[in-house]
Design a protein around this ligand. Structure first.
Ligand code: ADP
Length: 550
């Protein structure tokens, strides 16, 4: 071998080494820069700058591939030093799509000879169509998966050679690392947002059964501060004696669930009743978390407060029992009278007075029955938020007088009405009559015979107020606070029949009018006053039926 060829070999070795070093430096520098990128647009700029340093990047494109929709999402693109926003296109026949499909880089020396003619519209203001003449497209990979592509293009033919494929490939490796990190961060943020806004309490436990994360709802449910719960420590090693009573009850219920998770089994809808403080029913479900390889990693436990649901179920049972009980009597009576009537008619009874009495009894009890059915129907409408209000001109004073006169005939009380002036507004007369009947019948039911019930109607610029005052059993503070709850009955009311639905329904009617209902009493034995206000004009009254627990 002569001197000249040896020198040429050394020269070419030196050149290769230089190229390698340059590529290594590039990768290092890029690695550092890309690691700082806070979003995809920032990453695009870093990638473009680095690409432009080492090759012709007259046109530069950074795109991600969305497998689910089989679309290419161009993050940003550069044309002759001007940055353009990206866009989305379905996987097609071009070089970009080819690289995404195959996962292999592509060098296009002469576009016009090698590929379909392309004319790109880079969103330039003039809407100019441009046609690159050569290009290099490399995949951004994560294992075998193609996350996206980088593409450098030139308006010159033959602007690239194999070394550029390697250089752009090195840049794509760094791009892949950052894309994965950004994806990861976005997913973590999304997960955090979902956890934070979830109403259900959620705990994440690791494979040893130690709580490693919990959301806001779980923190509130357990009432734990960071001092009492040590993250990463198994439940049995926590200082449970320092936990609040509710948290201790929950921890107790959690023990078998966490044991199940440790052995790789989930649980579905296990109910626990919390008895410390107010009775609450929680439904608990847990599912096992595994790594993609199948190794046990822990689990997720979700608690849902189903107290309301259980209350509702209990209420339905109560209503059913009440309906059954209350309907049985009138039906028996109706049947009895109908039978009697039939017997009398078949025996030739002709005395109209006797026949009339039987028929009247049937009518009265049928009315009771239909009243009961209406109440049940109304309450279920209110529950479903379907309570309809049809407004029309209504005089409250006249309505109160009408209702009280009707009741006075059978009452063993004195009913006094203080409603001199006419108080007119646009209200649902039938519904307000139901409210008045309910308040009055309660006043009569819960006060001694011979006592006085006073109904007053007053109005000022804010609205009309109706008060129904009695001299009866009265109510204490805690009772006053719960009166309008569905199904509530105070201790002193147990001797009287009733289902605790009247006030709930009346309050719903007043709320649907945009008004307010409340009760006043100085205590047991001191009588009570039930009041409601209604706005005189409709614009003040855009309310929905709501359950007032105040
Ligand atoms: P019901 O009377 O059918 O039980 P309501 O919803 O009309 O149902 O009333 C709920 C509860 O409120 C009653 O059970 C009773 O404890 C209490 N209450 C209602 N009105 C009065 C009143 N005028 N005086 C004392 N307690 C009352």
């Amino acid at each position: 071998m002569g001197n000249a060829p040896r020198a040429a070999v050394f020269d070419s070795l030196a050149a290769t080494e230089q190229q390698l070093r340059a590529r290594l430096e590039l990768a290092n520098r890029l690695g550092a820069l890309a690691a700082d990128a806070r979003d995809l647009a920032e990453l695009f700029r870093v990638l473009y700058d680095e690409t432009a340093r080492v090759m012709d990047a007259t046109v530069f494109l950074f795109a991600l591939y969305d497998e689910a929709s089989a679309t290419v999402q161009v993050v940003r693109q550069m044309d002759r030093g001007v940055e353009h926003s990206g866009g989305t296109f379905p996987l097609g026949k071009g070089f970009t799509s080819e690289v995404i499909r195959t996962g292999a880089p592509r060098l296009v020396r002469r576009w016009s000879a090698e590929g379909p003619p392309v004319r790109l519209l880079y969103g330039t203001e003039a809407g100019e169509l441009v046609a690159p003449q050569s290009g290099v497209v490399v995949p951004i990979l994560s294992g075998d998966r193609v996350l996206g592509v980088l593409s450098a293009q030139s308006y010159r033919p033959e602007a690239y050679e194999d070394a550029d494929v390697l250089s752009l490939g090195a840049i794509a490796v760094q791009a892949g690392i950052t894309v994965k990190r950004l994806h990861h961060e976005r997913r973590a943020l999304q997960l955090e947002a979902v956890l934070a806004t979830m109403n259900d309490a959620l705990l994440i436990v690791d494979a040893r059964g130690a709580i490693v994360q919990m959301n806001r709802a779980a923190r509130e449910l357990l009432c734990l501060d960071s001092a009492s719960l040590v993250f990463g420590q198994p439940l049995e090693q926590q200082r449970l004696e320092q936990w609040p009573a509710t948290a201790r009850e929950i921890a107790q219920a959690l023990v078998p669930v966490i044991d199940a998770l440790r052995s790789g089994t989930g649980v579905v809808d296990v109910e626990i009743e919390l008895r410390s403080g107010q009775l609450r029913v929680l439904s608990l479900s847990a599912s096992v978390l595994r790594s993609p390889g199948g190794a046990l990693q822990g689990g997720v436990v979700v608690f849902r407060d189903v107290t309301g649901q259980r209350d509702l179920e209990r209420l339905r049972e109560d209503i059913f029992a009440m309906a059954w009980h209350d309907m049985k009597t009138p039906i028996t009576v109706i049947r009895g009278h109908a039978e009697l009537l039939l017997r009398r008619l078949s025996c030739g009874e002709r005395d109209p007075k006797v026949l009339e009495t039987d028929a009247a009894s049937i009518v009265t009890h049928t009315d009771h029955l239909s009243e009961l059915l209406t109440t049940l129907f109304d309450v279920s409408c209110l529950e479903a938020g379907l309570l309809s209000i049809s407004r029309g001109p209504t005089d409250l004073g006249a309505l109160v007088r009408d209702v009280t006169e009707g009741m006075q005939s059978t009452a063993r009380h004195h009913i006094k009405v203080l409603a001199d002036q006419s108080v007119a507004g646009e209200w649902d007369k039938r519904r307000i009559r139901q409210v008045l009947m309910n308040l009055l019948s309660n006043a009569l039911k819960y006060s001694p015979e011979g006592s006085t019930v006073t109904v007053s109607v007053a109005a000022d610029e804010r609205g009309a107020t109706v008060r129904v005052r009695d001299e009866g059993i009265g109510l204490d503070g805690p009772e006053l606070a719960q009166l309008f709850r569905r199904g509530y009955r105070a201790e002193g009311a147990r001797n009287e029949t009733g289902g605790g639905l009247g006030l709930y329904f009346s309050n719903g009617i007043i709320a649907a009018h945009g008004g307010r209902m409340w009760a006043e009493s100085l205590g047991h034995g001191q009588g009570s006053t039930f009041c409601f206000t209604l706005a005189l004009r409709e614009e003040h009254s855009a309310g929905r039926p709501v359950e007032d627990r105040a």
